[in-house]
Design a protein around this ligand. Sequence first.
Ligand SMILES: [Zn+2]
Ligand SMILES: [Zn+2]
Length: 84
Amino acid sequence: MTNPILACRGCGATKPEPDGTPTDLFTSLHCGDCPPWTCDDCGQTCSMQEPCQCWIVLDGMSIADIKAVFAADGTFNTNPEGGR
Ligand SMILES: [Zn+2]
Ligand SMILES: [Zn+2]
């Protein structure tokens, strides 16, 4: 018995088990099933079909690439050792 994995915070979508997509590691803020939302950063209405300029589309990226994005951004610590 495993808990469902939250795949999307926008619409609350879950999946029963890891399926090899980026949401295994990072809960998506929005997914293709979400209704259009208003971006907190730029205030524009955006959707998966028409994302605003602040939205980084993680679909299609490898997990390594995604980790690099978060590491470069400094908002997600992929190295708990701290590196120094
Ligand atoms: Zn969603
Ligand atoms: Zn935006």
